[in-house]
Design a protein around this ligand. Structure first.
Ligand code: GCO
Ligand code: MN
Length: 387
């Protein structure tokens, strides 16, 4: 790897420990990589220069671990964090692997399953507080349906709201400095998942009892699976102050959840996500949620590569933003002020009269230059390194 693209702490790279623990298993084939434990994954990530790691409860502590075993693991994890400086930047509850969640956790018909899911999530919140984790993700892996005759989505959303409200109250009660973040996904593993896109998540959040405690972490791959534009999705969350975390990876549009490395596909699209985060001084972590190709026998080239690619993208963002021709072309388009812009800023009777009274000349307005071919070409030239 080129030296200048080595990760810096200020890049705030985080990886899901599950990403490096991923063993290449898919629906058609068994594991191609040896097992590593959550603790080994954290150690490796620290060694490779990651700022933080994200974790599910069961990545670190097996589902059936005793309280004593769990204590030992957490103590060792804290030792690793202390000696390497790596942080536990986001945590989440695994509410999808065990068959008890086969028809959902927070959206299950069965109140005992929902209660068990909430108990598991409260335990995770305790662990998160202990590890100084500030963001807890809610990814509803099994929150969805295949059989619409069997589950009413209105019921499901009400159950989900009840559980998220309950967890917010728990956080308040315990005075934990933790925010919740909903991760939307359109499908997989369920045929259809509830809260499939950023917009769905944002609308749902506003119906909660404590909307200020809940945000969203869009994932590049999930957005592309839905056939949408990642730049726009992330922007919608960011614009309302709800971008609590980001999951980055590579993905072809409309396919199964490929979870490839950053830049493995969708380079221009992820460039624009990077530009958004840079332009608006996003201060959270850049979390990679992907896994090595099944052909890899160990995960570290994947880890290095993702961080290297993001650093290269930042460099390209800087190059575009400071490109003289780009700025000249964009300048007059984005900075248009004047009496009409001012009047549009607020409804008053006087402003309405101003908009009504203006002598519009649509034919003239329709031929004002919009040099988008040129602008897009400059972007491509920057990305291809020929400028
Ligand atoms: C996926 C999701 C998950 C979540 C993780 C943390 O598998 O599609 O992206 O990896 O991000 O469970 O919430
Ligand atoms: Mn994710």
């Amino acid at each position: 790897m080129a030296k200048s693209y080595k990760p810096r702490k200020s890049d705030k790279f985080a990886f899901g420990v599950w990403c490096v623990m991923n063993r290449g298993r898919d629906p058609f084939g068994v594991e191609t990589r040896p097992a590593i434990t959550g603790l080994e994954a954290v150690r490796g990530l620290a060694k490779h220069g990651a700022y933080g790691f994200e974790y599910h409860d069961n990545d670190l502590i097996p589902f059936d671990a005793t309280a004593g075993e769990a204590r030992k693991i957490v103590a060792e994890l804290k030792r690793i964090m202390k000696s390497t400086g790596i942080r536990a930047t986001a945590g989440t509850t695994n509410l999808f692997t065990h068959p008890v969640f086969r028809d959902g956790a927070f959206t299950s018909h069965d109140p005992e399953v929902r209660a068990f899911a909430v108990q598991k999530a409260m335990n995770l919140l305790d662990l998160a507080a202990d590890l100084d984790t500030r963001v807890v993700l809610l990814w509803g892996g099994r929150e969805g349906a295949e059989v619409d005759g069997a589950k009413d989505p209105v019921d499901a959303l009400q159950h989900l709201r009840e559980c998220v409200n309950f967890l917010c109250e728990y956080i308040i009660d315990r005075r934990y400095p933790i925010l919740l973040s909903i991760e939307p996904k359109p499908n997989e593993p369920r045929g259809d998942m509830y809260l499939p896109t950023t917009g769905h998540a944002l609308a749902f959040i506003e119906t909660l009892e404590h909307p200020f405690m809940v945000g969203t972490n869009p994932e590049f791959a999930h957005v592309k699976m839905a056939g949408l534009n990642p730049y726009h999705e992330y922007a919608q969350a960011l614009e309302v102050g709800k971008l609590f975390d980001v999951h980055m990876n590579g993905q072809k549009v409309g396919r199964f959840d490929q979870d490839m490395s950053i830049g493995a596909d969708g380079l221009k699209e992820i460039f624009f996500v990077c530009k958004l985060l840079k332009d608006y001084a996003y201060a959270g972590t850049v979390a990679v949620d992907a896994h090595p190709f099944r052909t890899e026998i160990e995960p570290w080239d994947f880890v290095d590569r993702c961080m290297c690619s993001w650093r290269m993208l930042i460099e390209k963002v800087d190059a575009l933003n400071s490109d003289r021709e780009y700025r000249q072309l964009l300048g007059p388009l984005v900075a248009q002020k004047g009496p009409l812009a001012a009047a549009l800023g607020q409804y008053t009777a006087a402003n309405a009269a101003k908009l009504r009274g203006h002598a519009y000349r649509p034919d003239k307005m329709a031929v004002r230059p919009l040099p988008y071919e040129r602008i897009d070409q400059i972007v491509n030239e920057v990305l291809m390194g020929v400028r």
